[in-house]
Design a protein around this ligand. Sequence first.
Ligand code: APR
Length: 247
Amino acid sequence: MKTGAAGIELAVDWLKNCKFLFVLTGAGVSKESGIPTFRDALEGLWANYNPEELATPQGFKKNPSLVWQWYDSRRDKVKEVEPNPGHFALVEIQKIVPNFFLVTQNVDGLHIRAGSTDVVEIHGNISRFKCFDKHHEQADVPGGLKEPPKCDCGSLIRPDVVWFGEAMPEKLLRSSFAAAEKADLALVVGTSGLVQPAASLPFVAKQNGARIIEVNPNRTELTDSCDLFLEGPSGMVLPEIVEKLRR
Ligand code: APR
C-alpha cells in the first residue's frame, strides 16, 4: 500500500489509463467546506439528540417541528458555505477520464454547485422537499419555519432525503451498482464506509476487477480492501492529483 508522493503518482497513472471511473463520496469531502460530518453535525443545540431521533420517519412523526428545525438549520449552514477544492478537483477529473460516474452520500448539494454533472445523490438532498405520505415534490418551501408546512394533499412536507430505515431510490441504486460493475477504477473519498448499501459499491467494483483508491485522513472499514490509500484531506489530495494529471 503506497502512500505519500509515490501514492499520488500511482493514482495519477491509474487515472490516466482508466476507461471507467466510479467515484463514491461521503461527508468527508464536504468537511473542508465547513460542513460537519454527519455525526459531528449534532453539535451545540442538537448535541443532546442522536441521528436516529432526528433522521428517521419515526423521529419526524414523533416531533415534526424538532426534525424540521434541525434540517432547516442544516440548510442554512449549506447556504453559507462553498464547495471546496476537493469538489472542484472532481469536476476536473470528470472532464479528463473517458467515463465518470459520481455517487454521493451527501445531501448538501455541493458537488452540483461545484459543477459536477449527473451526480447521483443516493441519500437525497436537504434543499429538496416532498410530502411525507405521497412523496409529492414541493417547490420553494420558505426557510425559518418552526413547523413543517403541509402539502396540498394534507400531508406534512419533509426534506427529500433518505432517513435511517428508509429504502434508497431504487432507480439510483440500480444505476449505481451497474456503474460500479462497469468500472475499472474506483475512487472512494471521505466516507467511513459504515452505511449500507452505499458502502458495498466499492466492493462491487473490486469484485469486477476494478482497482480501488481511497482518499481519507483516517483509515476506514474500506481501507484494507483498497489498492491505494491516500492519507489526507480530500481538499488537498484531489487537487494534487489533478495538477499532475494535467501535466
Ligand atoms: N477529507 C476526506 N475525508 C475526511 C475529511 C477530509 N477533510 N475529514 C474527515 N474525513 C472522513 C472521516 O475520516 C470519515 O471517514 O470522512 C468520513 C466521514 O464519515 P461519516 O461521518 O460516517 O460520513 P459518511 O461516511 O458520509 O456517512 C454515510 O451515514 O450518517 C449517515 O446518511 C448519513 O450519508 C451519511 C452516511
